[in-house]
Design a protein around this ligand. Structure first.
Ligand code: NAD
Length: 364
C-alpha cells in the first residue's frame, strides 16, 4: 500500500478539524478519500470528497483502508467494532467508548493484530507531557499527584449546540466523558491507575444540564501515594495544573510551563536520618523550556503516527486498548458519586452499565 485511504466518520466540529490538516496535505502517505455522516455536511472543507450517509456502506465500499471515528461517543463502539471486524484500520476519537463494558466490546473486536487500532489522545504529543514521561522516574517513589483542570469553561450555548451533548443518553456523561478524557489519559499514562477513588460529581451545578460539570476526586495508588483530581466547566479563569511529587523531587506543569525540582537526597531518607529538627533536603528548581505547539498539530501528529503504523510498523503513540483506563477512571468517579462511597478499581463493568442505564431513565 502506497498511501492510506482514510475515511472520516462524523463530520462535525472535530471531523472538520481532522479534514483541515488532511486537505492541507499535512499527513504524508495519506489521502482523505471518503466521509460519512448521518447528515450531509455543508462545510466546504468536505467539498469533492465522496460522501456516505451510512458508516457500514463506507466501511464496505472498498474506498477506504482506514477510518477515523469522530461521532458522538456511544457510536464509537458499534462503528469501531464493525470497522475492526472488517479489517479496516481504526483511529477512534476520545473517549474510546462511554463505559467499561463498551470499551471491552471494542477491544475484543480487535482480533486481527495486523489491523492498526489507535486512539486520538492528542495531548500525549504535547512536548511538556512527553518531557514529564521522560523525567518521572527521576522523581523516585511517587508520593502525590494533583491535577487541577478547571480551564474547560463552557457556556450554555455550547451545551445547546448539539442535542447529544451533556445528556446521559447522548453523551454518557459530562466533563469526565467529553473534556477530561485527555487529562484522565495523561494521568494514567504518567502515574498508572489508582487502586481506589472517592469522588463527588455535581450534576448540572453551573449549567442547565443533566450530567456532571464539576468533579472532585481523591485517589489512592498501590504504593500508598495519594492523588487529587479536580475539574469543572463553570469557573473562569480556570486552572490547568499538574503536580507530580516523588521523594526525590517534583514536576509542575502549569500555563504551558514545566518546572522540575530535584532533592539532593530522598525526602523520606532525609527525614529518617537528619538530626536537625527544622532541616530540609537541599533542592534545586529549574524551568524547562519547551517548544510551542499548535493545537491541530497534536491531532495531525497522532494521525501521522497511525498512518506510519499502518505502512511502516511504527509504534503507536496511543494504542486504543489503553483508552479503557480513562473511561474506567471516569466511570469510577461517577459510580462513587452515585453510591456515595469509595470505589475499588478495577470496577465491575456490569454494575456501572446498570447505574448508567438508571441515570438515562431518570426524568429530569
Ligand atoms: N481530540 C480532541 O481534541 C477532540 C475535540 C473535540 C471533540 N472530540 C471528540 O470528537 C467526537 C465528535 O465530537 P464533535 O465535537 O465533533 O461533535 P459534533 O456534534 O460536532 O459532530 C459529530 C458528528 O457525528 C455525526 N454522527 C452522529 N452519529 C453518527 C453516525 N452513526 N454515523 C455517522 N455520523 C454520525 C453527527 O451528525 C455530527 O455531524 C467526540 O468523540 C468528541 O469527544 C475530540
Amino acid at each position: 500500500m502506497k498511501n492510506v485511504r482514510l475515511g472520516i466518520i462524523g463530520t462535525g466540529s472535530m471531523g472538520a478539524g481532522h479534514a483541515t490538516y488532511l486537505k492541507e496535505n499535512k499527513i504524508n502517505n495519506c489521502v482523505l478519500s471518503a466521509i460519512c455522516d448521518v447528515v450531509k455536511p455543508t462545510n466546504e472543507i468536505f467539498n469533492n470528497i465522496k460522501y456516505y450517509n451510512d458508516y457500514k456502506e463506507l466501511i464496505l465500499s472498498g474506498d477506504v483502508d482506514a477510518v477515523l471515528i469522530a461521532t458522538p461517543h456511544y457510536a464509537h463502539t458499534e462503528i469501531g467494532v464493525f470497522a475492526l471486524e472488517n479489517n479496516i484500520h481504526t483511529l477512534v476519537e476520545k473517549p474510546i467508548s462511554v463505559h467499561k463494558n463498551d470499551c471491552l466490546k471494542l477491544i475484543n473486536a480487535h482480533k486481527n493484530k495486523d489491523v492498526i487500532f489507535a486512539a486520538m489522545f492528542n495531548q500525549r504529543t504535547k512536548p511538556e507531557f512527553i518531557k514529564i514521561k521522560e523525567l518521572i522516574s527521576t522523581l523516585g517513589n511517587l508520593q502525590r499527584v494533583n491535577y487541577i483542570i478547571t480551564d474547560w469553561y463552557r457556556t450554555e450555548a455550547y451545551y445547546k449546540s448539539g442535542t447529544w451533548r451533556a445528556t446521559w443518553g447522548g453523551e454518557g456523561g459530562g466533563i469526565l466523558l467529553n473534556q477530561c478524557p485527555h487529562q484522565l489519559d495523561i494521568l494514567q499514562w504518567l502515574v498508572g491507575m489508582p487502586t481506589s477513588i472517592l469522588a463527588t460529581c455535581d450534576f448540572g451545578k453551573f449549567h442547565n444540564i443533566e450530567v456532571e460539570d464539576e468533579v472532585s476526586a481523591i485517589m489512592t495508588f498501590k504504593n500508598g501515594a495519594s492523588g487529587i483530581f479536580t475539574a469543572n466547566t463553570g469557573e473562569y479563569p480556570g486552572t490547568n495544573r499538574l503536580e507530580i511529587i516523588g521523594d526525590l523531587g517534583k514536576l509542575v506543569y502549569e500555563d504551558n510551563k514545566l518546572t522540575l525540582s530535584r532533592n539532593c537526597v530522598s525526602a523520606t531518607e532525609f527525614s529518617k536520618t537528619t538530626k536537625e529538627a527544622w532541616s530540609t533536603p537541599t533542592c534545586e528548581t529549574i524551568k524547562i523550556e519547551m517548544p510551542k505547539q499548535e493545537f491541530l498539530n497534536q491531532h495531525a501528529t497522532i494521525t501521522q503516527n497511525f498512518v506510519n503504523a499502518i505502512l511502516f510498523n511504527e509504534d503507536l503513540i496511543a494504542k486504543s486498548e489503553e483508552g479503557i483506563n480513562s473511561v474506567e477512571l471516569a466511570n469510577s468517579m461517577i459510580l462513587s458519586e452515585i453510591k456515595k462511597e469509595k470505589i475499588s478499581l478495577p470496577i465491575n463493568g456490569d454494575e456501572y452499565e446498570e447505574a448508567l442505564n438508571q441515570l438515562k431513565d431518570k426524568e429530569i
